[in-house]
Design a protein around this ligand. Structure first.
Ligand code: CP
Length: 333
């Protein structure tokens, strides 16, 4: 069992399910316990955030702790994570010292470090996040890396259970058009967690927008082990048929990694077609609409869908707070 929270597949479905039970219980009737009393948690943000930053800061406060927010290159020094490099460029501090100093002050370190969308073979290994985990002796919590956003996917699984009840559901994870390529962490983590929780998962995207091969293998084996199924389609018109959950997320193509202009040209054919609208929602089994947010209205999803009673995006965002409190309570003992 990992002492850090880097991706959901480091943990059993039973363990993850208990975290969701705890979060749902504490959301309904807050225990008021303060397991982080007298403790601090560092939140290191290499990238912008609303939900993750605010929910972690509030969650740490509600658990009795203190959040130390650091922004490398902004409110703290620029950071080098590679081993053995001559640091004669623009990086002031090495992650080795950063982590080893920080953990003398704090009981856990949360890290947000997005994909740079430059080098697929490198970024798919999550080098910055894994350097944090390698150097730290305190738990590291992934607040979205190049490949995974486990706090988001746990909030997603919690929200599905809360809204539709326990047990497997027919879940669609659909690509959507967006003016530029975006990282793959959210779709990766959503699909992986949905497989771990045994849902019947349909993954829809245009040809050329496949997820990582190794991750897909893990998703398929997790689905098989947990009583779920995984199917794939490139037909947006058929993807919505009969599903109970529509989860939309745009992401870039591995084939155009490091070539944003090429990806933008490639995806132009899907503009206006790969959008979640009322017509597609009508093909579902009265599905709920989910998105991790932020979302571009009338690009990813129409106003009429996101503003409809079937949209649960705000509850989904709220659940980030509750599930992260459960995760921190378990990790920081
Ligand atoms: N969903 C999510 O992680 O939101 P932020 O990028 O605002 O933190």
């Amino acid at each position: 069992m990992s002492s850090s929270f880097l991706k959901t597949s480091d943990f059993s479905t039973e363990y993850l399910s208990k975290l969701i039970d705890r979060a749902i219980l504490d959301k309904a009737s807050p225990s008021g316990s303060r397991p982080l009393s007298g403790k601090s948690v560092a939140l290191v943000f290499f990238n912008p955030s609303l939900r993750t930053r605010a929910s972690m800061q509030v969650g740490i406060f509600e658990l009795g702790g203190n959040a130390v927010i650091l922004e490398p290159g902004g409110t703290s020094w620029t950071l080098e994570h590679r081993e053995g490099v001559v640091m004669d460029g623009d990086k002031t501090e090495h992650l080795k010292e950063f982590v080893r100093v920080l953990e003398r002050y704090v009981s856990a370190i949360g890290v947000r470090t997005f994909a740079g969308l430059k080098d697929w073979e490198l970024e798919r290994t999550d080098p910055t996040l894994n350097a944090f985990a390698r150097y730290a002796s305190v738990p590291v919590i992934n607040l979205e890396s190049a490949m995974h956003h486990p706090c988001q996917s746990m909030a997603d699984m919690m929200t599905i259970r809360e809204k539709l009840g326990a047990g497997k559901k027919k879940v669609l994870m659909t690509w959507a058009w967006h003016p530029k390529p975006l990282p793959m962490a959210v779709p990766n983590s959503f699909a992986l967690a949905a497989a771990q929780f045994g849902h019947d998962l349909r993954i829809a995207h245009p040809k050329g927008y496949e997820l990582d091969d190794e991750l897909l293998g893990e998703i398929e084996s997790q689905a098989a082990a947990n009583g779920g199924t995984v199917e794939f389609t490139n037909a947006v018109d058929e993807a919505f048929d009969g599903v109970e959950v529509v989860y939309a997320k745009s992401f870039g193509s591995k084939n155009f990694y490091g070539d944003a202009e090429g990806d933008i040209r490639e995806r132009a054919a899907y503009h206006d077609k790969w959008i979640v609208d009322e017509e597609k929602m009508a093909w579902t089994s009265d599905a709920v609409f989910m998105h991790c947010l932020p979302v571009r209205r009338n690009v990813i999803v129409t106003d009429s869908v996101i503003d409809s009673p079937r949209s649960i995006v705000i509850d989904e965002a709220e659940n980030r707070l509750h599930i992260q409190k459960a995760i921190m309570t378990e990790l920081i003992k």
